[in-house]
Design a protein around this ligand. Sequence first.
Ligand code: SUG
Length: 447
Amino acid sequence: MSSCEVNFDGLVGPTHNYGGLAVGNVAAAENALAESHPREAALQGLAKMKRIGDLGIRQGVLPPQDRPALSMLRKLGFTGDDASIISQAAAVAPGLLRACCSASSMWAANAATISPSTDTHDNRVHITPANLPSQFHRSIEPPVTAAILRRIFSDERYFAHHDPLPPNLYCADEGAANHMRLCRDHGEAGLEIFVFGRSANLKLVKPVKFPARQTLEASEAISRLHKLQYGRAMFVQQNPDAVDAGAFHNDVLAVSNCNVLFYHEGAFLNGHEMEENITRWCDYPVNFIRASEFDISMAEAVRTYLFNSQIISLPGGGMMILAPSECQESGSAKTLLERVIEDTANPITRVEYVNLRQSMRNGGGPACLRLRVVLTEPELTSVSRNSRVILDQSLYDDLKAWIERHYRDRISPGDLSDPSLLRESRAALDELTNMLSLGPIYEFQKL
Ligand code: SUG
């Protein structure tokens, strides 16, 4: 059966700001408390989706979460009406208010881990929303993420939904950012590679500067829940030095597409052993494009997010790299990309650059913004029948006009205490769920 990979990108939410919240995320720390530009951020993300759609590739949209997260502020002891909760939090716990205003659900690679139906025992697509307990602002996301994914992928004949893992550091799961898949073709069974940063149980080498987010135990649990067929799951440890250099997720230093794995030699604790195992497990040739420290230093790879590029199978054959524009301005990243496309030993024939600077300043590149979902035709049809989340020209036009109508030009940390930001965000999201034919998904819509 023919299948395709649909990237579902997270729409940047109206409260996009630089909260300085993410430990171990170098860009986010550098830009902490800077002024943000939510409208520009959302338009940049939408332009990326449109570019992929224009290449003839299916592209999906995930709505943002409702922020400020009033329900979290209430759980943490603030009382009264919405406006007074926000002003109390701004006065006594500004960091907490920033966390509750984060638009971090835009990085859809952290929304869930998804196994295509070709890989699973019951031939259904298995979906586990990430529990994200490592960073407080991200730990707020799972319930709404789960509701959105259940709504979009609602046909139980095709989709099996699991609850997020229990929300604790033993089971810390960051979703698809730590999950890669190799296959001959998207529609064929694949090898799912789960990349973990630490083990809750075993004494493994650990980073010293920054916390590793994903545990081996969480990865193993997901492979069990997804009923991966025998030989379809592999577990690989991230290099602790890479975490310390700012690779808080594996997708900062590695990206796969079909039979291509593009990565920095320092990404994994034992990259050579991993390559040998992959070669043994795959009955088709795998292209390992391994960049050395000499090609590009790990620091420069983290700065440019070269390996957070998307590798896209083009409808006419061949593959394209969609790289952040920071790579175009980096001598080593650009030279390496040019070498990759000239090398006929791999299927990558083109590179394009995309401006995602607003997201990049919070440590989120092209691949962070997307959740990959391999779907067969009937699975995709069931999605399109249920809602309007697959991008076409008319949805693009509607979303662009919606962003221009509702989003602020700029937000400074002080603006987060303005209760009208809550009202504006809710009005925008209410309109969005209608536009996407999703029905009510946010708590405020059910009150
Ligand atoms: O979890 N940044 C996100 C970036 C996530 C990138 N995702 C992938 N690599 N797949 C994070 O660190 C910054 C928010 C702030 O500080 O305002 C933030 O959450």
